[in-house]
Design a binder for this molecule. Sequence first.
Ligand SMILES: C[S@@+](CC[C@H](N)C(=O)[O-])C[C@H]1O[C@@H](n2cnc3c(N)ncnc32)[C@H](O)[C@@H]1O
Length: 242
Amino acid sequence: MSFKASIITLYPDAFPGPLGVSILERAQREGLWSLETVDLREFGLGKHRQVDEKPAGGGAGLVLRPDVAAAAIDSLPRDGRPLIYPSPRGVPFSQPVAEQWAAGPGVIMFCGRFEGLDERVIEGREMIEVSLGDFILAGGEVAAMAMLEATLRLISGVAGNHASVEDESFANGLLEYPQYTLPREWEGRGTPEVLTSGNHKKVADWRNQQSEALTKARRPDLYAAFPNGPEIRASETDDEHD
Ligand SMILES: C[S@@+](CC[C@H](N)C(=O)[O-])C[C@H]1O[C@@H](n2cnc3c(N)ncnc32)[C@H](O)[C@@H]1O
C-alpha cells in the first residue's frame, strides 16, 4: 500500500517544493507515495473567498475560521490517516514520530497561517498538533514539508541504501559519528587512521565511541535517555559486520 499525503493549504503552489526532487521525486514516480494538495481558499466564504476573521476578544492578526477549515477537512475521506496540524504548541516532531507515520497509510496535514486556527475545529476534528521546534514560522507549509521529508525517506524502497537510514543520528537514540571521505589529507587535516584500517570491528567500535562522546557533549538530554549500554550496541554492530 502506498503512503498518501494530503495537504490543506492556502499556498498549494508551495508544493511539492523539496519533496519533488531527488529520492522523493523518484519514489513518487515509482508509486511509493503520493501527494495531493487541497486549496483552502476554495472553501472560503463570499465573493472574496474569505478564510479568516479577527480574533474574538481582540488582539493582533487574524484567525482561520473553523467552518472554512472544517469544510476543507471534510472534503477528504477520513480513511484512518492521522489529521495533523503543524503548530508550535504541539508535541515535538522527532524521528520516532516519523517512524510511526512511515509505518502507516499516510497523513492529512492542515497548514495554519496568520495567528493560527480557531480552537473549536482543532477539538472538533480531533487534530493532532505537532511542532517542528520552539520557533514561530509564518505558516505550516515548511513544517509540513520537513515532517513529510523525514517520514517519506523511511518508507521501504525510498532511500536506495536502507542501511544509511538505520545508521543515522537519532536512529539509535544517539547523534551520528563524524564522517570522512577522500582526499585522505585535506588542508593539513588527516582522516582518522582507524577508518582506513579495513578492520570492521575497530571501525564500528570507534564510531560507537564517537557517537556517544558527541551526544554526551552536545545533547546531554538525548544521552540521558539512551536506553542501551555501549556494550550492547558494540556487539550488535559486530554481528552486522562479521
Ligand atoms: C505565525 S504562526 C501562528 C503562531 C501562533 N499564533 C502561536 O503563537 O502559537 C502560523 C502557522 O504557522 C505554523 N507554524 C508556526 N510555527 C510552527 C512550528 N514551530 N511548528 C509547526 N508549525 C508551525 C502553524 O500552522 C501556525 O498556525
